[in-house]
Design a protein around this ligand. Structure first.
Ligand code: IPE
Ligand code: IPE
Ligand code: MG
Length: 234
């Protein structure tokens, strides 16, 4: 789609949801839904960044997702390693920088190693940023920031919000458009600070079926939104 008449958000965030239900509808095990979801993820991300979006945050695993069956968690961890290793070249060819948000514990060492290599090897890229939120929780992020601040002993008495934001996992711009696929109408602990004034879009489509044309529709809808930030429309 031609985006010249559309408003392009600076920071888009996606809660990648519905992989399990996508598989169930097809009589497949849940892990097949994750395979399909992650196949779609990088292709879609490249498209989104090619349209002028500067930062794309992707919720791929929450701190709460460790509550799932071990077999599903193990499969997801293997998928992350595979994705980070196999897509490194593609990220570099597309000039995409990759960063991560989330806690280390209790991620397996192989995931941490693949993550750190991807960050290191793409650090110089300038064609847009993907922020993978993995083992991520919004409250955990705010709490971790407070702990860092207290441990540093810095005087916060004249701080503004932006001074606090520097202590979050990544110092990224506010989210403009937050998309959650699969029809669920909640944040599930995703980027609580950064979503404070985001526009929300909740397509019913399960993530493995959410493709370029579906993202175009999100941008058409976003273009129609009247963002007032508490002010009065003139
Ligand atoms: C989201 O899909 C992917 C991850 C949590 C990694 P789900 O696995 O939550 O899929 P549903 O919501 O059960 O359909
Ligand atoms: C949120 O989805 C986490 C990710 C998509 C990575 P969930 O499927 O885990 O969230 P709930 O349980 O429906 O709130
Ligand atoms: Mg889900």
């Amino acid at each position: 789609m031609d985006y010249s008449e559309l408003k392009v958000p600076n920071h888009v965030a996606i809660i990648v949801d519905g992989n399990g239900r996508w598989a169930k509808e097809r009589g497949l095990p849940r892990i097949k839904g994750h395979d399909a979801g992650f196949d779609n993820l990088i292709k879609l991300s490249k498209y989104i960044l090619s349209k002028g979006v500067k930062v794309l945050s992707l919720y791929v695993f929450s701190t709460e997702n460790f509550k799932r069956d071990k077999a599903e968690v193990d499969h997801l961890m293997d998928l992350f390693v595979l994705m980070y290793k196999s897509k490194l070249r593609e990220f570099n060819e597309n000039n995409i920088r990759v960063v991560f948000s989330g806690r280390d514990e209790p991620l397996p060492q192989k995931v941490i190693a693949a993550r750190d290599e991807l960050v290191r090897e793409t650090a110089g890229n300038t064609g847009g940023t993907i922020n993978f939120c993995m083992n991520y929780g919004g409250r955990a992020e705010i709490l971790d920031a407070v702990k860092k601040i207290v441990a540093s002993g810095v005087d916060v008495s004249d701080w503004e919000e932006k001074d606090f934001a520097k202590y979050l996992y990544q110092d990224l711009p506010d989210i403009d458009l937050m998309i959650r696929t699969s029809g669920e109408l909640r944040l599930s602990n995703f980027l609580l600070w950064q979503n404070s004034y985001a526009e929300f879009y909740f397509p019913k489509t399960y993530f493995p079926d959410f493709h370029e044309a579906d993202f175009d529709q999100a941008i058409v809808e976003y273009t129609k939104r009247d963002r007032r930030f508490g002010g009065i429309k003139k």
